[in-house]
Structure formats: C-alpha cells, structure tokens
Design a protein. Structure first.
Length: 230
C-alpha cells in the first residue's frame, strides 16, 4: 500500500542484519579499481570481533565455488583478488560494485559510480532514487574522483569502500522496480536510469559477498556438554 515505507523498512532491516557481519569485516581504504595495473597494499586492521578465518585448501574451495559467476582480477604483488560482474559496456554511465579479497582475510566490498559522456560535468555528489524514494546521497572531495578522456569522450569515476549506507542503497537498487542515479556538479548534472543488467549484476555480487562473509568465518562447534535435566 505504502511502497515508500515498505521499502524503507526493508532497507533498514537488511542494514541491521548485514551490519553484524560488518563488525567483523575487513575495511580497506585506498585500493584501486580492478582494472588498475598496480594496486596499493591492502592493510589489515584488527577485526572488531574475534573470529577464526578459514584458510588453506578449504578456503580455496569456498572461494572458487562462491565466485564462479564473477570475473577475477588478481594483483599478485599485493596478494589481493578482485571479483566483479563482467562489464557489459565500459563506454556507458553505470553503477556497479565489486569484491576485494586479500589472502587469508575476510572480503570487503567497493562501489564504483561512473559518468560517461561527451562533456565534463565535474560531479562531486551522487544520489540514488529507488521506486520514487531517495535512498542514498554522498558528496566527494575533488581528489575522490578520477577523470579521464579519450577519443572525444570523458569518464568521471568515484570508486570507494562500501559502508552501511552504501550497502543499503545497493540492496535497494538491486531489488527495486526502477532506480535512478544522479551525478551532480556545481553547474551540471546528469541522471542515469539504472538498467536491469546493472541491477542483476549488483545482486549477483552482493549474493557472493554475503556467501563469502559467512563461509570464510569458521563456526564455533556447538556445546555438547549440556546436561539433561533430571
């Protein structure tokens, strides 16, 4: 009946559940996009919760099975693997996310918002609307945006770590009937209607991320010392 309230409740509920995993999630700042030839080292801050991470052959099997539907880009020097959906058209405005996985660590998630066109808009903020409800907004510093040009076309890209706000927005975008991304600068702005392919790709990456976050944490054995009453 009230789609806005239902969607908002859905997002908040998922953020709450997934934030539990975020408490033990490794957060990496400054890693480059998968296409980069050289990636900075991925720091490994202490985990907020004490957990045992699956390693060795078992880890290799879990990662291999979970990421079959994604494309792998490996930085062997920094020992970081990036998993993303196959980019269908690099010469297009788009919203996407991808997974980073440092050796023997938990996965982290990044979001990449790209404006492509004939003219610069010098965007410094983005907003996302899903089914007529604005679910996300973020402002950037100039240094946060990578700008490139070639053959009469321009690219402007923001690529950054996913937090709870971004995670909720990605979930909403993937599941919404319609979604729009707005790229805004001081003088110009462009709206991008998120395609069904983009939605499916985001959903696929989120599912793999959730699976890895769960399966790469070794579960504590159940307590078998419970004493039956009487």
């Amino acid at each position: 009946m009230n789609r806005r309230q239902d969607l908002l409740k859905f997002i908040l509920g998922l953020i709450f559940v997934l934030s539990l995993a975020a408490a033990i999630k490794m957060t990496v700042f400054g890693a480059s996009a998968p296409e980069a030839e050289s990636l900075p080292a991925a720091p490994s801050p202490p985990l907020a919760a004490k957990v045992e991470i699956v390693t060795g052959p078992e880890r290799k099997r879990i990662v291999s099975n979970a990421t079959k539907s994604l494309v792998l880009n490996r930085d062997k020097m920094e020992k970081v693997s990036f998993y993303s959906a196959k980019t269908r058209n690099s010469r297009a405005t788009r919203i996407e996310c991808y997974i980073g996985l440092s050796d023997d660590e938990l996965p982290f998630l990044r979001i990449r918002a790209t404006y492509f066109g004939d003219d610069w808009i010098f965007f410094d903020s983005v907003k996302a609307m899903v089914d007529d409800l604005v679910v996300y907004g973020r402002k950037f510093q100039r240094a946060d945006i990578v700008r490139q040009n070639a053959g009469g076309s321009v690219w402007e890209t923001a690529d950054y770590v996913v937090g709870d706000n971004e995670l909720g927005a990605l979930i909403a975008i993937a599941r919404g009937k319609s979604a729009t991304m707005r790229f805004s600068g001081d003088e110009w702005r462009r709206d991008h209607e998120v395609t069904k392919n983009e939605q499916r790709d985001i959903q696929r990456v989120l599912e793999v991320y959730a699976k890895l976050s769960d399966q790469l944490v070794r579960k504590a054995p159940k307590d078998s010392t419970a004493v039956a009453s009487n």
